[in-house]
Design a protein around this ligand. Structure first.
Ligand SMILES: Nc1ncnc2c1ncn2[C@@H]1O[C@H](COP(=O)(O)OP(=O)(O)OP(=O)(O)O)[C@@H](O)[C@H]1O
Length: 549
């Protein structure tokens, strides 16, 4: 029985609910009548998509058996008529995004310990072949137990459901730009290393209060994931930065495994704490040696190269206006219309290119998605979906920076590995973390990129009004280009500066008196010039082997 909505995300609405009767025998957790649970009712669009329903059912057993102290337990997956819902344990406490917003960044030790527990959860799920793909503070619930906070990772498998070919088409982007791994942004094969990248972003955000890459639009943010290096804030201790930097490597093969990440973070927390002894400090300084990559990362099925599935090309939203880095996973929400008004979880099917408002919309009317984007921003969400003209997609212009890798093989079976160690005692409340003012690092300059053809086939062009071609940037008013002119100008300018500086020194300093020549500056210069030419002539004469001079 649904009681009250707890919150709404891009994929559905989460309700506090009470169990009426004991769940069916197939449920992972039968539960007790009257017990309070959380139910995520997926949006109509997801529920109405046959492909999503198939995935939902296929992943049911995996999600139900995914149990770990730091994972919100899924009790049941329900398909009833056109309703698709996940029944979960109810977690009393805020999510990490809200906690960060209200309390500011964590201390480095608290951030390391909290992320270590998230890495434990990832280790367990990766061992089971499950990749989260949408790791972000909003998907970490902080369970309050006796004044302590215990991080619980939620929304496993949801990103995969939303990533349905029926829902996401060539020109749409699904994901959360601030946390997306470069390979996901580019539509390259993905593995469990995408979660490690997400953990790195999350850790950075925990200690600084904001993710490392930000910008005015989702496009800019994704571009930075691909080509910008994260800047190290001065408040982050060396060993912790080593861990963050390794997680944020552009090359997924260089990121640590979840288990090594958890171990490394605990070593760092021990070594940077105020009570650290010299052995712990030394161990933290060598944390890099612990961060070995996963030799067999769990693949993400359905990503290009991972299987024969046609995966939707992940293309950046274009010009999506002001960008909120802490929003929801992007899918298409519904606006207006009776269905949208009645059902807050309803989503709108993609509008074909060239029909911005859908049937009946006037050309001047704002696109329904634009209304939704505005509404999402007002709610501090980050729903960002818009068409991108392929010719303006900087990803397609980006030169290939990596050595081409052979396409990843679809594994027969996900790699089963031993379950990671259960985490130690519960993570203490990060009491000492006080709100800190964080000065955002200056935006790295965006590079101008040449346009080599990229790896994915050009998607069909949406029929948008042709854009005015941009004026090429004028470097100078002078249309003549003389090679070396710039250098010549520089040299002349330097000579003039030297001459004037020399004159000033001659006139204003006691140099003239020390030399005692009594000559003017010009006279002294001519004198020196004469002496130098005399020496050169003498040298030429003395080196003449014929002795004719
Ligand atoms: N098991 C749960 N117990 C208690 N509250 C929950 C639970 N799961 C989610 N919530 C709350 O419900 C709200 C919406 O969750 P949801 O996962 O739909 O949103 P999101 O993670 O912000 O968006 P999305 O994952 O769709 O991008 C969040 O504020 C979250 O705190």
């Amino acid at each position: 029985m649904l009681e009250e909505p707890l919150g709404r995300g891009a994929t559905g609405t989460v309700w506090r609910a009470r169990q009426r009767e004991t769940a069916g025998a197939e449920a992972a957790v039968p539960g007790q009548p009257g017990e309070t649970v959380a139910i995520k009712v997926l949006k109509e669009e997801l529920a109405g998509d046959a492909d999503v329903v198939m995935r939902f059912l296929r992943e049911r057993s995996v999600l139900l058996r995914l149990t770990h102290p730091n994972i919100v337990r899924v009790r049941d997956l329900v398909v009833e008529g056109d309703l698709l819902a996940l029944v979960m344990d109810l977690v009393e406490g805020p999510d990490l995004h809200r906690h960060l917003r209200e309390n500011g960044p964590f201390t480095p030790v608290a951030a390391a310990l909290l992320t270590a527990q998230i890495a434990d959860a990832l280790g367990a799920s990766h061992a089971d072949g499950v990749v989260h793909r949408d790791l972000k503070p909003a998907n970490v619930l902080l369970k309050q137990t006796g004044g302590e906070m215990h991080p619980m990772l939620t929304d496993f498998g949801i990103a995969r459901l939303a990533d349905s070919p029926g829902l996401t088409r060539t020109h749409e982007f699904v994901g959360t730009p601030a946390y997306i791994a470069p390979e996901s942004a580019e539509g390259r094969p993905q593995t469990s290393a995408v979660d490690i990248y997400g953990a790195g972003i999350l850790l950075y955000e925990l200690v600084t209060g904001r993710p490392p890459f930000s910008g005015g639009s989702a496009l800019e943010v994704l571009h930075q994931h691909l080509s910008a290096e994260p800047r190290r804030p001065s408040t982050v201790p060396d060993p912790l930065w080593t861990v963050i930097e390794r997680c944020l490597r552009k090359n997924p093969d260089e990121r640590p495994s979840a288990e090594n990440l958890a171990r490394g973070l605990r070593v760092v927390a021990d070594g940077i704490g105020v009570h650290a002894n010299s052995a712990q400090i030394a161990a933290a300084e060598n944390v890099g040696a612990l961060l070995a990559p996963d030799p067999a990362p769990a693949p993400v099925p359905g990503t290009p190269g991972a299987s024969g599935d046609a995966d939707p090309t992940q293309v950046l939203p274009h010009g999506a206006g002001v960008y909120d880095p802490n929003g929801a996973t992007s899918v298409l929400p519904q606006t207006g219309g009776p269905a949208g008004a009645a059902d807050p979880t309803a989503v709108m099917p993609p509008v074909p290119p060239g029909q911005p408002g859908g049937p009946g919309a006037g050309p001047e009317d704002p696109h329904p998605w634009q209304n939704q984007l505005r509404a999402a921003r007002d709610r501090n969400e980050q729903t960002q979906v818009q068409y991108l003209d392929p010719s303006e997609d900087p990803l397609r212009r980006r030169p290939q920076r990596q050595v081409a890798r052979p396409p990843q093989q679809q594994p027969q079976q996900p790699q089963r590995r031993p379950q990671p160690q259960q985490p130690g005692p519960g993570y203490g409340h990060p009491q000492q973390h006080r709100p800190q003012q964080y000065a955002p690092p200056p935006e790295p300059q965006r590079r101008q990129q040449p346009q080599p053809p990229q790896r994915y086939a050009p998607p069909p062009e949406p029929q948008r009004p042709a854009r005015e071609p941009r004026e090429p940037r004028q470097r100078s008013a002078n249309p003549m280009r003389i090679p070396g002119l710039g250098c010549l100008k520089g040299c002349l300018f330097t000579v003039v500066i030297l001459f004037v500086a020399g004159w000033l020194i001659w006139e204003l300093s006691p140099l003239q008196d020390w030399i005692g020549t009594g000559k003017s500056y010009w006279g002294q210069l001519s004198d020196w010039f004469g002496s130098v030419t005399g020496w050169i002539e003498d040298l030429g004469g003395s080196s003449d082997p014929t002795g004719t001079n």
